[in-house]
Design a protein around this ligand. Structure first.
Ligand code: ATP
Ligand code: MG
Length: 216
């Protein structure tokens, strides 16, 4: 039997107050889901809980069949480096560096090289020699997405990956993310405020009133 790429059960998180409670979520290979919800509802926090970066107050998260918060730092680092693709709400490119070098660094770290077709699809092939700090916000966002895809991640967590983008560019980004999971037999979780982007995923979940519910 094929295990889930992600299996989360009973996830709760509390900062100053309880953000959400008893959330269960499963993700299989080839599956894409979107998480929508009001600003401040806890979407980014939940994504951090699910992706090894923040242990939930309660509950368990298994990635690739392993309970991640019971693993050693070394093991977690390995999973992050080779298997997870994190597209954060604020991307962290090295600003003084050429755009292309940002992507190459990721390839170097993981020992795989980026496919030219991804750069073409994201319409950034011509930008690689420019300094990151000289690119527009949306161009930087696409470079940071290419950097994540360079390592062919199995599980992609994307927090508003299209927040800075026009509709056409946003759809290009969704095209490459969805292609990536097909090609690598992976899965995708996208947090978005854009219902059109959300509807491109297999399932849409709403985070509201401390619960995560499937939108019919
Ligand atoms: N590290 C932290 N320490 C304390 N409170 C935090 C921390 N991170 C987030 N919060 C609080 O948790 C709540 C949810 O934040 P979160 O970033 O998860 O929301 P979100 O749904 O992603 O919102 P947005 O759509 O605006 O990105 C907010 O009230 C925020 O202030
Ligand atoms: Mg957020």
């Amino acid at each position: 039997m094929q295990h889930h790429l992600l299996h989360a059960s009973g996830i709760s998180h509390t900062f100053d107050y309880k953000l959400f409670d008893a959330i269960d979520l499963d993700l299989k290979a080839q599956e894409s889901i979107a998480i929508v919800g009001r600003s401040g509802s806890g979407k980014s926090t939940l994504l951090h809980n699910l992706s090894t970066f923040l242990q939930p107050t309660n509950g368990n998260v298994a990635l690739f069949g392993e309970d991640i918060y019971g693993l050693s730092e070394t093991k977690i680092e390995q999973i992050r480096r080779y298997k997870l693709g994190m597209i954060f709400q604020n991307h962290y490119l090295f600003r003084g560096m050429r755009a292309g070098l940002n992507i190459e660094l990721s390839s170097l770290l993981c020992g795989v090289s980026i496919e030219k077709s991804i750069l073409d699809k994201l319409e950034i092939s011509e930008l690689l020699d420019q300094k990151t700090s000289e690119l527009s916000g949306g161009q930087q966002q696409r470079i940071s997405i290419a950097r994540v895809l360079a390592k062919k991640p199995k599980l992609i967590f994307a927090d508003e990956p299209t927040g800075n983008l026009d509709k056409q560019s946003a759809n290009l980004v969704m095209d490459v993310l969805l292609e990536n999971i097909k090609e690598n037999d992976g899965a995708l979780i996208v947090v978005t405020h854009d219902s059109e982007i959300a509807s491109r995923c297999d399932k849409v979940y709403l985070l509201s009133d401390k619960k995560l519910t499937l939108v019919p």
